[in-house]
Structures are given as structure tokens and as C-alpha cells.
Ligand binder design. Sequence first.
Ligand code: AMP
Length: 404
Amino acid sequence: MSFSEFPVSPEIHRSIKDRGHHTPTPVQAGAIPVALSGRDVVATAETGSGKTAAFLIPTIDRLHRKNTRHLAALVIMPTRELAAQAAREFDLIARHTRIRCATVVGGEAERRQIDEIRKGAQVLVACPGRLIDFIERGIVKLDKIEVVIIDEADRLLDMGFLPQLRRIMRMVPKNRQTMMFSATMASGPEMIAREFLTTPERITVGGKSAPPSQIRQSIYPVTLENKGPVLLEILKRPEVESAIVFTRTKSRADRVAKMLQRAHVNAVQIHGDRSQSQRNAALAGFRARKFRVMVATDVAARGLDIPDVSHVINFDLPDETDGYIHRIGRTARMGKAGEAISLVTQDERVNLARLERTLGNVLDREHVEGFEKIEIHAPKPVTVFRSSGARNRSTRNRPRSRWA
Ligand code: AMP
């Protein structure tokens, strides 16, 4: 299939061509025709699948054809970074039309955002908090909205935005088109779909949540004190062109970044305790290859579209397999090859066992020359005695089936 088969305006075809995109990604091939027909869409798709263009192309085309002048489309995003990315993508797709977008996110000066709205944006890309603030102050009115896009629905729920989402959805007209995108279709996103969408067409890309097959995954069993030195050794490899290093906490991200900087590695950190301008600068610098390494917490894991990351390194394993899949999904974007490396200590064996069980395979064990070689054993399932007796009431014999 080629983009030329979509019945969109010549101006949209031109911008797609400008970008050098020829073949729609699976989510685009599935969602664009349905969205163009005006129907509601629910798509299970992750960042990196091309989903932003999947909802922006039909939305911009619709407003462009109708020569819309008022605020007519709303994109709801969980984080500022995602909103900024969608706005960038918007500018590229809408460049040959008169359709404009305004971004409404917290943590940044209001002035520019208000100016963008007042200049007459037809599309609003917004995070729930600041949007509600602007609505309450009469800066934004949603009464003429025709299209609503709920992006990263699972993440919106994780971040506790359901009450805000409900408030916003009560303010948009009933007669509208609604599209929802989510990396997973667990009960939460399913509930949102039922609450806000009308007989949507369902589009699922890639089946169950699993890492792309072109990512090479490996585990480096290490002692806690060797995590830093082993990371430095790995980063010396010439094939590590650019890497995101994930840590469990913000303070660890700071410490790892400082350790790398002391070793003259071009590294920057991004996490929730840094100001918005620091985060923007870190991301822009990493994208422009000013920094070779970005040390991040999970705040940065979801949704960031950073092209050409050759390596994702888990300095700490995440607690959940979903988190692992999201993290390593930052490499191997758009079908490219990529490598995911995890440094795992004996203390992290429970998470490792759970991860390997969910992935359905044992990941390759690797070792850096010159460092102590350790083996990590999965915890053994604990046998629980069902017979009565004081011995079995001891807390040490409690069922620990979640480890099994
Ligand atoms: P997204 O899933 O929307 O975050 O998109 C991920 C990246 O894929 C973005 O950098 C897009 O520019 C790129 N992209 C989107 N659609 C295509 C396509 N059809 N062909 C190649 N790259 C694309």
C-alpha cells in the first residue's frame, strides 16, 4: 500500500511526500481510512508505530477541506513531551494548509500558549491539567469541537487523569468523532472506549504487547558496585552510537549521569525533578546528538520519539514487564535494529524471573571481561504445606506464588 491511495487533499499528500514517507505503517493503513470516513476509532498502538500521523492526517484533512476557522479538534495527551512531539508532527503535516495548532501544557509560560489560541488555532494539543485551567478561565471553549483524540489512554489512566478526562469530555459536543489510542487494551482503556466512543472500529497492531523482534536483548549479571564500571565499559563500544540509560529513581539518574560526565561521556539526565526547560534542553540536545547518552527515569520511557537510538541500557530493571517493553521500545524504531542491555544484580532476580516468564524466553547472559562473573538464579517456588501444625503457620512458609 502507498500513501497515494488515501483520498486526502493534495496539500496533505504534498507534506507526506516532503517528509519522504511512502508506505503507511500498519496502524496508519488501518486507522486512516476509517477516520476519514468519520467513524470512531480505537487503536492499540505504541509510540513508534506512526500513530500520531494516523490521527493527524485525517483530522487535518477534514478541517482543511471544510476550511475550518474555529477550534474544532482536541488532542488529549498525558505528558508535555508527548504534546510537544505531536505538535511538531502537526506542523509538518499541516504545513501546506491553513490549519494551525496550539499546545496547552503545564510547566511552561502561559503567554505563548494563549497567543497561539488567540491567533486562531483549529487544533488544540493539550494535557488535562492546564486545559481545565484554561477552560475555567474562559481562555478555551470546547463547544465547537468536532474531533477528539485521546492519546496514550493507558498512560492517562496510570497518571490518574480519569476525573479530568471525564470533565473535559462532558464539555465537548455529543455529536463528534472520537479516536482513542493506547499501548495496551487492559480494562482501563477499554472502559474509556466504552464511555466516550460510539461503535468504534477496532485496530490492533502487532497483537499482544511484546518487544519488536529486531531488538537484541541481553542480561549482564553484575554486583551492585560494578554496575557503574560495567556501564562505562559498555559505553566504550563503538557500536553504541546513542544510548538511553534507565534508572529506577531520579536520584540514581542524577548520580549515574554525574558518574558518566566525570568519565568524559557526553551524558545528560531527564526526569521529573528537572524543570521543563531543562528537560526540553536535554531532549533537544540528545536528539541533535550533542549528547551521546541520556540517563532517564520511566517518566521519559513512555512516548518519547527519539529516532535512531542504538542502545537502551537498563541500569536497573523495572518492576513490571510492561515497563521493560516500553523502555526497550525506544530502540529499533520504525523497523530498525537495536540492542537492549540490562544490568542485573542478585537482588533483582525476582524481577528478572518475572520478566523472562512473561517474555516466554530466557535472555542471553553476557559478561564484560575483567569483571567478577556472577550467576543469577531465579528464586525457587516455595512449597507450601497444607497440613496443620505450628511449623506451617510460620510466616516463612507463606505462599509466595507470585514468584513461582
Ligand atoms: P509515532 O508513533 O507517531 O510517535 O511515530 C514515530 C515516528 O515514525 C515519527 O518520527 C514519524 O515521523 C515516523 N513515521 C510516521 N509514519 C511513518 C511512515 N509511514 N514511514 C516512516 N516513518 C514514519
